[in-house]
Design a binder for this molecule. Structure first.
Ligand code: GDP
Ligand code: ADP
Length: 221
């Protein structure tokens, strides 16, 4: 009887997580990265000032408006958008390298960037929109995070109205009430989407082997 075929492989996927500011997408994506070392985080460039807790090159690459414009003009950004008055963009090179190496790539980007990447790579994308359970909780989280001034927090709450209206464009929506529950759901989504992308040609080989073995086992009985 022939031996079992190898475990089916699959193509890399792009996991996009978006939310209004303060809903918890950074916390969720950091949990995922800490647990799943195979996942590559796309580190965006931004013209926004660095927050106290942020490290250049780890959370973002903080660049000036001139450098941002140069990158955009040279076609080095997979997508870019103006959010809360600052520019943000995804450097294309690291994403392409990670996908070529068969790794999944995680994006913490807004709905405008998501739409741009949809247009280029839709079949490989899994998109998740994170909502807060209430406005009071969203405001409380922004205040508890204590990284932004009251003016910046107000601006982010004002922008949240438009941002949440784009939830319909996403594959999944999670309401981030309890962090661990939401995180567990995010991991379930990733597991299922990884399974959906298993290389079907290898499944086909396994099924052929199973059929041949079944024929051999049952022949003449
Ligand atoms: N389009 C796009 N949006 C981004 C990118 N990087 C971050 N963002 C989004 O910009 C918004 C502001 O991000 P940030 O300044 O870190 O604030 P936070 O949402 O309060 O953590 C969020 O909606 C991010 O998802 C990017 O490269 N492209
Ligand atoms: N489910 C949750 N319950 C309570 N606090 C949360 C929850 N998820 C995230 N937070 C907290 O809310 C604040 C904002 O979260 P963050 O991940 O920075 O949001 P975003 O990246 O969407 O702006 C952080 O202080 C974080 O620790």
């Amino acid at each position: 009887m022939s031996s079992t075929a190898s475990v089916p492989q699959r193509r890399g996927l792009l996991l996009i997580v978006s939310s209004p500011s303060g809903a918890g997408k950074t916390t969720l994506t950091r949990l995922l990265l800490a647990e799943d070392k195979s996942m590559h985080l796309s580190i965006s460039v931004t013209t926004r000032p660095r927050r106290g807790s942020e490290i250049d090159g780890v959370h973002y690459r903080f660049i000036d408006a001139g450098s941002f414009e140069t990158m955009r003009e040279k076609g080095e950004l997979l997508e870019s958008a103006k959010v809360h008055g600052n520019y943000y963009g995804t450097p294309a090179g690291p994403v392409e390298e990670a996908l070529a190496a068969g790794r999944d790539v995680l994006f913490d980007i807004d709905w405008q960037g998501t739409m741009q990447i949809y247009n280029k790579m839709r079949p490989d994308i899994v998109s998740v929109f994170v909502l807060p359970p209430s406005v009071a909780e969203l405001k409380a989280r922004l205040e508890r995070r204590a990284e932004d001034s009251p003016e910046i927090i107000l601006q982010r709450l004002q922008n949240a109205r438009v941002e949440i209206s784009h939830w319909t464009k996403y594959d999944y929506v999670l309401v981030n009430t309890d962090l661990q529950t939401t995180y567990a759901k995010l991991k379930e989504i990733l597991d299922v989407e990884r399974m959906k992308r298993q290389d079907k040609s290898q499944v086909g080989q396994l099924v052929d082997t199973l059929k041949a073995d079944l024929d051999a086992l049952t022949r003449g009985r």
